[in-house]
Design a protein around this ligand. Structure first.
Ligand code: 5RP
Length: 223
């Protein structure tokens, strides 16, 4: 199976975690796009979605799924989202699509995080995928120096030759060369640095379930 087919497989499999009559939390990315397409087949059974990005909002609305502001909803039963890496404890690196801040917000208001990913995303230690960090632009150079002290090499993410601007009007730095052996401590530490909006380690808002697309079908990992 191709990676695209594996993404479609887990997108479809995630439907069984959607609670009829409720609002579902929806992440961002190519795997989530498959989930959104599958969700459209049961749109009459749900109230709608809280979305983690402008891109997902556009896709949801185009398919006729109502999108609620996260402030309108106290809590969600489930949040479905992809990951750039997930370890065997359910800790993740996220933000490859630059939506990490809103993803962490929606994950925090959800009782269960169901990660959908193809098997290439499962790792023993987080850090091979360049770690996305959303930063306030005036702090970028300082944050990059702090990562250098940790042994990482940070670069500002560009789009069309200019720093990419997130849905929140901030920038992203991607950090290579880290080995994140204690994701909870790492997330807590980096989150305290002045100017860091969100670090792409999801250890405090980790997954409880991962639907992993493999050549032999969908494996369900629970954490
Ligand atoms: C976006 C994310 C995505 O979940 C992550 O990048 C995985 O994306 P994809 O499903 O396209 O591989 O964190 O900010």
């Amino acid at each position: 199976m191709t990676q695209d087919e594996l993404k479609a497989l887990v997108g479809q499999a995630a439907l069984k975690y959607v609670v009829p009559g409720e609002i579902v939390g929806v992440g961002t990315g190519s795997t989530v796009n498959k989930f959104i397409d599958a969700l459209a087949t049961m749109k009459d059974q749900i109230k709608g979605a809280v979305s983690s990005s402008e891109a997902s909002t556009v896709r949801l609305k185009a398919l006729g799924i109502p999108v609620f502001d996260s402030n309108e909803v106290e809590s969600l039963s489930v949040y479905i989202d992809g990951a750039d890496e997930i370890d065997h404890q359910g800790h993740m690196v996220k933000g490859g699509g630059a939506a990490l801040t809103r993803e962490k917000i929606v994950a925090a208001q959800s009782k269960q995080f169901v990660c959908i990913a193809d098997e290439s995303k499962l790792v023993n230690v987080l850090g091979s995928f360049p770690l996305p960090v959303e930063v306030i632009p005036m702090a970028t150079a300082r944050v990059m120096r702090q990562f250098a002290v940790m042994g990482g090499t940070a670069a500002v993410r560009l789009k069309d030759g200019q720093p990419l601007v997130t849905d929140n009007g901030q920038h992203i730095v991607d950090v290579k060369g880290l080995k994140i052996t204690d994701p909870v401590v790492f997330e807590n530490t980096v989150s305290q640095w002045p100017g860091v909006v969100t670090v792409g380690v999801f250890a405090l808002q980790k997954a409880q379930v991962c639907l992993l697309g493999t050549s032999t079908g969908v494996k369900t990992l629970t954490f």
